[in-house]
Design a protein around this ligand. Structure first.
Ligand code: NAD
Length: 481
């Protein structure tokens, strides 16, 4: 079985304790590989290596053009190794091969290319201060050592969304992938070295929550960029208060989908189904709460249930698979627990609601599940399930739908389905979410910021916003008298 190591400075090493963890193929339940489980001493060593990398002449004296070139090369290497990376992501995470091939891998490459372009455009400005004899300017300074802690749902992309802007702005980094899905991140780090990233500028620690905790608490870490659950995000903020390190948080979501009375129902069914079941619902922007005008609710529920039943469930490696497995046995049990809660709280199960048996019984497969008669206060309508579970809730007028859609702690994404131009333009500004889609399944592009309101997080990733996340503004007063 393949075994992966930590990257500390120039060295690929096992954990100082010799500890390892196992990553499982969610389609089969079988072990896929072994990774080094970093210890507290390894965290100290990685932070020291990253500090040395940040201070090194090899990184500091690189021109902006040379930094951009390295990022561009990472993009090219991702593309050159696309087939291998897609197979790795599918085996480790479970995502259908059409998703890893057509979304995850190209988006990672595109992200590095996008930030390669920014490396040469980190401009400062001159301020006309009213103090005689002064020339005053501001410039962006890198933060120093950035710990990049990622979840298991889109491991390669989320690592890219952090690593690319952190490097473009001149930081040194420590990547900490999720313990369920470390493999594509290990490969990304190898490719970053191959592209010419200097020693110490990219480090890798694999392992579980303790590794993340140690990085967040560490006084040598200047920035934590975290994507994951809201509960862990809250813990990170409490811990980071001691050192006042910078924190960026991309947390959970519970995206509403508002289907207006005038919506094209067939388009809404197709788009909502993809938006809800993309990566088996394991997407932070997944559509989950379907507010459908009462006059259209029966048609919508019937059509979406039939469509959900028709999707091919199978291992991600099968090109025909649309719905792959959930990431782990633990997560499967969690999703099933939410479905049981939905039934016991009185929601009506239209289809699904059980794991898949037969030849798939050893994997972590769950049937796409549609509930109707879901009330706003039910647990399935309030908490993030992160699985293939759709809740349909009728409404009578749009103001009511908007108020109910906004009645959530989260605010990551939302979608509106309407054929009315005024509704399409007026609704987004009334919706409490970082991104609003109109007649559209969830999309992500490196040029557009992504992040949430409320308990969906702090800050934004992608676009020029990410440059602010990895830099401080420094003012210089120059005495000209
Ligand atoms: P998680 O919070 O359990 O873990 C995420 C990462 O944090 C892992 O690497 C984990 O090892 C580490 N970690 C766990 N406890 C930690 C602690 N106390 N301190 C520091 N690090 C710790 O999340 P998950 O289950 O891997 O991912 C699913 C969650 O991620 C969902 O809530 C989902 O909405 C969210 N997510 C959000 C976005 C977004 O852009 N907003 C994108 C993807 C996923």
């Amino acid at each position: 079985m393949p075994a992966t190591q930590l990257l500390i400075g120039p060295d690929w090493v096992g954990a100082s304790t010799g500890a390892t963890g196992e990553t499982i193929n969610p389609a089969t339940g079988e072990a896929l590989g072994v990774f080094a489980e970093a210890s507290a001493a390894d965290v100290d060593a990685a932070v020291a290596a990253a500090r040395a990398g940040f201070e090194s002449a090899a990184w500091r004296s690189l021109t902006a053009d040379a930094r951009g070139k390295i990022l561009w090369r990472i993009a090219e290497l991702i593309e050159r190794n696309a087939e291998e990376l897609a197979a790795l992501e599918t085996a480790d995470q479970g995502q259908p091969i059409f998703v890893s091939t057509n979304v995850s891998i190209p988006l990672a490459a595109q992200t590095f290319r996008y930030y390669a372009g920014w490396a040469t455009k980190l401009e400062g400005k001159v301020s006309p201060v009213s103090i005689p004899g002064q020339f005053t300017y501001q410039q962006r300074r890198p933060l120093g050592v950035a710990a990049l802690i990622t979840p298991w749902n889109f491991p390669l992309d989320i690592a890219a969304w952090k690593l690319a802007p952190a490097l473009a702005t001149g930081n040194a980094t420590i990547l900490k992938p999720a313990e369920q899905t470390p493999l594509s991140t290990v490969r990304l780090v190898e490719l970053a070295l191959e592209a010419g990233v200097p020693t110490g500028v990219v480090n890798l620690l694999t392992g579980g929550p303790e590794v993340g905790r140690a990085l967040v608490a560490h006084p040598g870490v200047d920035k934590v960029s975290f994507t994951g659950s809201t509960a862990v995000g809250q813990e990170i903020v409490r811990t980071a208060a001691d050192t006042l390190k910078r924190v960026g948080l991309e947390l959970g979501g519970k995206a509403p989908s508002i289907v207006a009375r005038d919506a094209d129902i067939d388009a809404a069914v197709a788009g909502n189904l993809q938006g809800a079941l993309f990566n088996t619902g394991q997407a932070c922007g997944a559509f989950t709460r379907f507010f459908v005008h009462r006059s259209r609710v029966d048609e919508f529920a019937t059509k979406i249930a039939i469509a959900a039943d028709s999707l091919t469930i199978g291992p991600g490696s099968d090109p025909n698979t649309v719905v792959g497995p959930l990431v782990s046995a633990e997560h499967l049990a969690r999703v099933d627990g939410y479905v049981a809660g939905g039934k016991s709280e009185g929601a009506q199960l239209v289809t699904g609601g059980e794991r898949v048996g037969g030849p798939l019984e050893n994997g972590f497969f769950y049937r796409p599940t549609v509930f109707t008669e879901v009330k706003d206060e039910m647990t399935i309508a309030r908490e993030e399930i992160f699985g293939p579970v759709l809740s349909i809730m009728p409404y009578d007028d749009l103001d009511e739908a908007i108020a109910r859609a906004n009645n959530t702690d989260y605010g990551l994404a939302a979608v509106v389905w309407t054929q009315d131009l005024k509704t399409a333009h007026r609704l987004p500004e009334r919706i409490h979410a970082g991104t609003v889609f109109v007649n559209q399944l969830p999309l992500i592009d490196p040029g557009t910021p992504w992040g949430g309101f409320g308990k969906s997080g702090w800050g934004r990733e992608m676009g020029a916003y990410s440059l602010d996340e990895y830099t401080e503004s420094q003012s210089v007063f120059m005495n000209l008298d």
